[in-house]
Write a protein that binds this ligand. Structure first.
Ligand code: PFF
Length: 457
């Protein structure tokens, strides 16, 4: 049997796992969600969700992976042999297919917009959100153009994954994460030094609690899962390449800190620019692909800033996409004994094909939309972030509480910590709270779908 690969350094692991966490969720989704849900009020709820639900689950997934040295299906099977728990792992692999299909499409858009900005394509959009919106819709509903960019994006993803854990994932995230950080700092300084730019700080960090609604709480919780890559075994898979000398508590805290910091920095950079140019902060999902291209040409050196921004978004998307493909690849390597090459290219291609349908669902192939009243693209996004990830996360917490047992879990968690002082009851409460909160949110969604009125939201 082949020996399991391991990360080359503690830092390499932290950067790879933060690379998974930092993605479209931070730079595309968070700013527009905050923009539409009262800015600072949303930010505060989001932070609470990250700490209460996110932190225990990040550590939980790492410990399961490190203990078993296996990707999710094998990991659940090895702690709970001959039980149905392996299906939680299977759900994770299925979620990876679903998420990567649409994620790869948006990854393609980021590359196309970076290219467009580079060749000066934003200049005709200056101050004209209608034209920018029209161009964006024409682009995403075209049957060839977005697919071309999606295939390039998925190609990059497969190239990184086929090079393995240390030589691929770790090597590339070690370059891309610092690059993302540096570009964001530059963009933030650029934004804050524009007239009125500092209004962004007020908007994001000075809460007006009257803006806080139940639905923003539900939204913030679902987003906590997505942004931390939780509930589908990504962190189990990355944890399975760890040795016992890694301190998992401090690693998890670093990852959560970096993920949150980058979301906040992206929010500041984007809103500073939006406020300086008098654009609408509540513009929704189009904030980045529609509003920003109309703003960049009005700033000195705008083509460069625009290119940097979309290139940053591309790198953030790529470091997440690789972690999703790794979940699928690792399953076929661990459980089916396939070679990394075969697993990566075969399933990378399958996901790309599903993604093509997803992209076409916004244009030529919209039969699905007519039948289900939602595009295939939105359906996959909805299915994964409202159901698959929360269910996976909740079951993982229940698994630790009732199947594996808190004492066994803690015995593995403390490996790599210097003076562990762990209170079993607190850990138990943390997992119980996160499982219950998530369970309630799932129930809320089911009831909303069945009756049309959620319990809250
Ligand atoms: N965390 C990523 C983001 O915020 O964009 C998305 C993601 C990656 C979700 C990996 C799930 C996952 F397993």
């Amino acid at each position: 049997m082949q020996k399991r690969e391991h990360w080359g350094s503690k830092m390499g692991f932290i950067l790879a796992a933060s690379g998974s966490a930092v993605g479209l969720g931070n730079i595309w989704k968070y700013p527009h969600m905050a923009g539409e849900n009262g800015g600072a009020a949303f930010t505060i709820v989001y932070l609470i969700c990250i700490l209460v639900v996110g932190l225990p689950l990040v550590i939980g997934e790492f410990v399961i992976g490190r203990k078993t040295q296996l990707s999710p299906v094998g990991a659940f099977e090895s702690i709970a042999p001959k039980s149905n728990w392996k299906w939680v792992g299977m759900l994770g692999v299925a979620s990876a297919f679903v998420i990567l299909a649409f994620y790869g499409v948006v990854g393609g858009w980021t590359l196309r917009y970076a290219f467009l900005s580079l060749v000066g394509g934003f200049s005709e959009l200056a101050g004209n959100p209608e034209l920018a919106g029209e161009q964006f819709n024409t682009f995403i509903s075209n049957s060839i153009n977005p697919i071309f960019w999606q295939i390039i994006f998925m190609g990059f993803t497969m190239i990184v994954i086929v090079q393995g854990v240390k030589g691929g994932i770790e090597k590339w995230t070690k370059v891309m994460m610092p690059a993302i950080f540096i570009i964001l700092v530059l963009l933030m300084i650029r934004g804050l030094t524009l007239p009125n730019g500092t209004k962004a700080l007020e908007f994001l960090f000075q809460p007006k609690f009257e803006d806080l609604t139940a639905s923003s709480i539900v939204l913030a919780l679902g987003h906590a899962f997505f942004t931390l890559s939780l509930g589908m075994g990504t962190m189990i898979t990355y944890g399975s390449y760890l040795r016992n000398d890694q301190n998992l508590l401090s690693s998890a805290l670093w990852i959560i800190f970096l993920d949150t910091l980058i979301a906040m920095m992206a929010g500041v950079a984007i809103f500073a620019t939006v406020f300086a140019m008098g654009a609408d902060p509540g513009a929704g999902p189009g904030l980045i692909f529609v509003v920003l291209p109309t703003i960049f040409p009005n700033i000195a050196g705008g083509a460069l800033w625009g290119t940097l921004f979309f290139f940053l978004l591309f790198m953030a998307a790529l470091t997440s996409a690789i972690s999703i493909l790794e979940v699928i690849t690792a399953y076929f390597i661990d459980q089916k004994k396939w070679s990394r090459e075969k697993a990566t290219f075969l399933f990378g291609t399958v996901v790309t094909i599903v993604g093509i349908f997803c992209s076409m669902s916004m244009g030529a192939f919209n039969d699905f939309n007519n039948i289900f009243n939602i595009s295939f693209f939105d359906f996959l996004d909805y299915l994964s972030s409202k159901y698959m990830l929360p269910i996976g996360g909740m079951l993982t917490a229940i698994f630790i509480l009732y199947k594996w047992g808190i004492s066994n879990f803690i015995a593995d968690m403390v490996l790599g910590m210097e003076n562990p002082k762990i209170n079993h009851t607190i850990i138990r409460i943390l997992f119980a709270v996160s499982a219950s909160v998530v369970g309630f949110i799932i129930l809320n969604e089911v009831i909303a779908n069945l009756t049309g009125t959620p319990i809250i939201g």
